[in-house]
Design a protein around this ligand. Structure first.
Ligand SMILES: [Cu+2]
Length: 178
């Protein structure tokens, strides 16, 4: 299966070079048996890609790579989740990040948080909550003290199977309000 995926991706790359403007390939939603790979790179002070495509209910394997020199995190969740981590980490100053007693939030707003040190890659299998597409302010953010304000937040774009994306439901990248 990984071999087949690599071959398809190469074919698309060649086609897009010949045809001009690059078109985002359609997403085949991941399943528990065949999770879709999603790469997220953190660095100072943003994420790559600038928009993260996800299908509600799909299972993905996230590869979060820290290409920067600072420690970073990728928090997937709606505004309530982003706000919870922003408050918790700001209140703790700049502690050694991680799910420690010093930095925790209630489970119902915890979302998905992946902390990565400089040069590290952390992989995580995750089933995207079905209700996520209806949760206001759903973004990927970093709340290591001060990082969100420096721009470390990107929107999630909700994709339905068979569509490139659904216009009008790209999440709001403004994130939490203070
Ligand atoms: Cu960061």
């Amino acid at each position: 299966m990984p071999t087949a995926v690599a071959v398809v991706a190469l074919g698309m790359g060649l086609t897009s070079c010949a045809a001009g403007p690059e078109v985002t390939p359609r997403i085949t939603p991941g399943t528990a048996a065949a999770p879709r790979e999603v790469n997220v790179i953190t660095r100072e002070w943003t994420f790559v890609p600038p928009v993260v495509d996800l299908v509600p209910g799909e299972t993905v394997v996230l590869h979060v790579v820290n290409g920067g020199t600072e420690i970073h995190e990728a928090v997937f969740g709606p505004a309530s989740t982003q706000q919870a981590w922003e408050s918790a980490e700001a209140a703790a100053g700049n502690p050694p990040p991680g799910p420690t007693p010093a930095v925790s939030v209630p489970p119902d707003v915890a979302g998905l948080r992946i902390v990565v040190r400089s040069g590290e890659r952390v992989d995580a299998m995750w089933t995207v909550p079905l209700e996520a597409a209806n949760s206001p302010g759903y973004v990927v953010g970093c709340h290591i003290a001060g990082h969100f304000d420096r721009g470390m937040v990107v929107p999630v774009r909700w994709v339905l199977p068979g569509f490139d994306h659904v216009p009008g439901i790209e999440s709001d990248r403004r994130g939490p309000t203070r």
